[in-house]
Ligand binder design. Sequence first.
Ligand code: GRF
Length: 191
Amino acid sequence: MADRKRVAVLISGRGSNLKALLVAQGAADCPYKVALVVSNVEDAPGLDFARALGIATFARSHKGMKRAEFDALVDAELRAHKIEAVALAGYMRLLSPGFVEGWAGRMINIHPSLLPLYKGLDTHQRAIEAGDATHGCSVHLVTPELDDGPILAQAEVPILSGDTPDTLAARVLVEEHRLYPLALAELVRTL
Ligand code: GRF
């Protein structure tokens, strides 16, 4: 597909959602291409998926920098690569309001819960402890509040008796990998 929208993916770790986005862009009709992968963790394993495909990476630790200062560096990198949309994929860093404002309507996040339930960390454990029958993942537009912002897509999975946070996380992750490429494609088609 010609003129695919140029997307940056921001990661901090394993990068399995990044990988799912990269696999999906192999489809002829995929409307985006990952043009840059950013990590605030210099040795994040997910960076290898990008490097293997020759995709530009920007890996730099935020340590010792003010939040807004680091985000300005990232923003400059996104602009230099003519990025049109941003996908957070396990980016374990709160974003400064100025950065969020600059990408309003063009930045999405995937979160492992059925938002608005369980914002923040340990979502799988919290869903099990609450005795919920279902759990899942959500893709939402990023706004300054953590894991807030309009929900674009959700996928649900059952919580089974005997589930541990790990078994439940694995079931949710399958859905994340299916949902995120679809939601990103849908977003960029509107840009
Ligand atoms: C995923 O569960 C995602 O929903 C959450 O962080 C995790 C990242 O996993 N925001 P990965 O790095 O994409 O494998």
